[in-house]
Design a protein around this ligand. Structure first.
Ligand code: UTP
Length: 277
């Protein structure tokens, strides 16, 4: 019987990056608030976390904090204005999200990398396993969502898990890349991982995408992790320490993923969701 302390309830959303590839749109709002059709990327992420059974959303912000907080709050004036009109239904989904979970926020004051953003979130997570969702990686699956698939795996294996996808070899320098022992066609026990390797140095073409389950010992490791590639504190470097103890799995998820941190991926996602209706 699983105790509540080991059950994953919290999802951390690092949303403090500069989003330079989307300037000037990201000058005053985080890229996680850019909409695909009418819904901000972050809302898609929160809905995926709710679907996975999580109820506490912990958001690491930088600038544009107000836009995020206001989005996940009730706008009484607006609701009053459209109540009883045909437009009321536009707010149904976000209302459901607000009622299904709680939100907490902390601020990353210096953008020292994804690993540093995750460590900043420790105050919101505490000493329990948790999920991390990078909302600029937008995932879609008709059956179970990617995070729900990973939570299920966690309940079986009880260790850190990263979602991976095969990428063209020439693109390995955009991702953390893993290698390890194949346990079955979808699962690999990680024994090596490298942040943004050049294709010739990449240990495989399996790239980590923005979905993680992390055990809380990652925080102590992150505290000791020196800046790596790009002078940033990399989650990949911290995960390698766990992997050396045999405690990291890589999971080839079911579903599609769009890199909405790039303009091409963002347009692709927009077309995909538009066609899907
Ligand atoms: P990216 O590597 O996509 O960086 O971050 P970025 O700064 O947001 O975007 P570009 O490259 O300048 O266009 C991956 C994720 O990690 C978060 C980002 O918000 C994004 O969700 N992040 C990154 C932080 O929260 N803090 C950081 O210091 C770095």
């Amino acid at each position: 019987m699983m105790t509540d302390q080991t059950k994953i309830k919290k999802c951390l959303f690092p949303a403090a990056g500069y989003g330079t590839r989307f300037l000037p749109a990201t000058k005053a709002i985080p890229k996680e608030m850019l909409p695909v059709l009418t819904k901000p990327l972050l809302q898609y992420g929160v809905e995926e976390a709710i679907e996975a059974g999580l109820d506490t959303m912990a958001i690491v912000t930088g600038r544009g904090k107000r836009a995020i907080e206001d989005h996940f709050d009730i706008s009484y004036e607006l609701e009053h204005q459209i109540k009883g009109t045909s437009k009321e239904s536009y707010l149904t989904e976000i209302r459901r999200v607000i009622n299904a979970c709680t939100f907490s926020y902390t601020r990353q004051t210096e953008m020292k990398g994804l690993g540093h953003a995750i460590l900043t979130g420790e105050t919101l997570i505490g000493d329990e396993p948790f999920a991390v969702l990078l909302a600029d990686d937008l995932c879609d699956n008709d059956a179970k969502g990617v995070l729900a698939q990973m939570v299920e795996l966690y309940n079986e294996y009880r260790c850190s898990i990263v979602a991976v996808e095969e990428v063209p070899k020439e693109e390995t320098n955009k991702y953390g890349v893993i290698a390890g022992k194949v346990l079955h066609d979808k699962l690999i026990q990680v024994d090596n991982m490298v942040e943004k390797p050049e294709p010739k140095d990449a240990p495989s073409n399996l790239a980590i995408i923005g979905r993680y389950i992390l055990t809380p010992d990652i925080f102590d490791i992150l505290r000791e992790t020196k800046p790596g590639r790009g002078g940033e504190i990399q989650i990949t470097d911290a995960l390698l320490q766990q992997a050396k103890q045999g405690k990291v799995l890589a999971y080839k998820f079911d579903g599609r993923r769009f890199d909405c941190g790039s303009v091409d991926g963002f347009v692709e996602a927009t077309n995909y969701f538009y066609q899907k209706g």
